[in-house]
Design a protein around this ligand. Sequence first.
Ligand SMILES: C[S@@+](CC[C@H](N)C(=O)[O-])C[C@H]1O[C@@H](n2cnc3c(N)ncnc32)[C@H](O)[C@@H]1O
Length: 236
Amino acid sequence: MNLDELEVQMSTLLFRVVSWCRTLTGRILHIMRRYILARTIPVHKVQNPSLVEYFEYQIGGTIGLIKKDAWFRYRFFGEYLQKHALLGEIQSMLCVGCRNAYEIDYFTSLGVAKVVGIDLVSVDSRIFRMDMHDMNFPDSHFDAVYAGDSFEHTYDADLLAREFVRVVVPGGLIIMSVPANEETDHVDRLFVSKADDIYDIFGSACDKVILEDDFCDDSGITRALRLIFRTRSVEA
Ligand SMILES: C[S@@+](CC[C@H](N)C(=O)[O-])C[C@H]1O[C@@H](n2cnc3c(N)ncnc32)[C@H](O)[C@@H]1O
C-alpha cells in the first residue's frame, strides 16, 4: 500500500468513526429527552404523538442551555417593579419556564417571600416539573406570574393564557417578555409583532396595562415585548 492509499483509508476510517459518534450522541440525547419527558408529563399526554414531539423539542432546546443566565430579562422587570413600588404587593411569585434558578434567586433577593418555578426539566428543588398549560397549582395561588421568554413556546396560546390567569390572584400581575417579529420554529412557536397580539390572547382577562415596553433594534424594529398587566379583579 502506498502513501496515497493509506491516506484515503485513514480518512475513510476517520469519517466512519465521526459519523458513528454522531449517531451514538443523537441516540443518547434522544433517550435522555424521553427519560426527562416520562418524568415530567402525564402519561395521557405522552401518548399524543404531536405533543410528544413538542415536548421533545422543548426539552432538547433547554438541556443544551441549562446553565444560561438571562439576567438582562429578569433584572429589567425587577428594577421596574422596585422603581414603581409594585414589589410590596408580591408575596408569592411563579416563574414559568425558568430553565434554572437564576430568576428565582433574583426575585427572592428583592424580598419576594415565596418564589417557585416550573419547567419541563428541574435542576433545583424550587423548580417543579410541569407543563405550563396544565399546572398542578390551585386557583389564585400566586400574586404574580413571571414568564421570561417562555409564553411563545406554547402549543395552545389561549389555553396557556387561561392557565396563567387561573393561577394568579384576581387583580394580580402577569409579567412577561416575548420575542417579537422573529421567525417561528419547533421551539419558539408563537409569532407576535406588537403588544396587542398578547392582549388579544388574554382577552377580557387582561384588565389594566402597567408596563408596555417595545425593545427595538437599530433599525427600529421591535425585537422583544416587555409587558406587565393586571388580571381582571371580578369576572365580567
Ligand atoms: C427561552 S427559555 C426561557 C428561560 C428563562 N425564563 C429566561 O428568561 O432565559 C424557555 C423555557 O420554557 C420552558 N418550556 C417550554 N415549554 C414548556 C412547557 N410546556 N411547560 C413548561 N416549561 C416549558 C423551556 O424548557 C425553557 O426552559
